[in-house]
Design a protein around this ligand. Structure first.
Ligand code: DC
Length: 219
């Protein structure tokens, strides 16, 4: 069974999805982490994003692994743990461009479907309900006002030792929202059958309870 959770950057969907998976006893898949890992690999190897052949070679030779440990996403790239590295400012700045490349999406979607078919899974991203698992049993689309999202992102970054102003983060999010929702391939959009959850005025526990109760009610 698949629970698909999509939504814009910093909408709170990762934290929510993680907790929903825990409450339901399902696996959790953070697909954004996979696009971040590919972005890191491209930056490290200095690969030209406009060269599909070089990109395909990288994707085919890359050993990318995503798992969860104590509820947190662990990403290894060619055997090296890059879980922190993929959240860096540099990766964040380039990931929208990388995730818009068709050859990258094809490769990631294939891996995501393989993982999702292994066990019951809460799968989180931008195109889970529309493309990756368009037949998912449960679909949620999480939104929140941009300023709220910027404040949440500010707290996350602060916990990682980075200080950014809310204004700066609002402007970053505006750019990412624009890129993620207007790209040609699998743009961020709500699936027609997804339940929209506006978390602007909700606590984390309320978001989790809301989704878990919806799934349990139908189950
Ligand atoms: O959720 P996140 O911020 O870690 O995602 C990083 C980027 O990856 C985001 O800019 C959009 C992209 N992404 C995507 O295109 N498709 C997904 N299923 C997940 C993320």
């Amino acid at each position: 069974m698949i629970v698909a959770i999509d939504g814009p950057a910093a909408s709170g969907k990762s934290t929510t999805a993680k907790k929903v998976a825990e409450a339901l006893g399902f696996a959790y898949l953070d697909t954004g982490a996979m696009y971040r890992a590919v972005t890191l690999a491209i930056l490290k190897k200095n690969i030209d994003m406009n060269d599909p052949v070089a990109l395909k070679m990288l994707l085919d030779s890359m050993d990318l692994n995503v798992s969860t440990k104590n509820g947190d996403t662990v990403v290894t790239l060619n055997g090296i743990n890059v879980s922190d590295h993929i959240r860096s400012v540099e990766v964040t700045q380039h990931v929208s461009a990388v995730s818009a490349i068709p050859v990258v999406r094809e490769s990631m979607v294939k891996i995501q479907r393989d993982i999702g078919h292994r066990s019951d899974c809460v799968c989180e991203g931008r195109d889970i309900g529309t493309v990756v698992f368009s037949d998912a049993e449960y679909k949620f689309f999480i939104i929140a006002e941009r300023e709220t999202r910027a404040k949440r992102r500010q707290l996350d970054l602060r916990n990682m030792g980075e200080e950014r102003s809310v204004e700066e983060l609002v402007s970053d999010l505006k750019i990412r929202d624009q890129k993620d929702s207007t790209r040609k391939h699998s743009p961020l959009t709500r699936a027609a059958d997804a339940v929209e959850v506006d978390t602007t005025h909700m606590t984390l526990d309320e978001q989790v309870m809301y989704i878990v109760s919806k799934v349990k009610k139908v189950k």
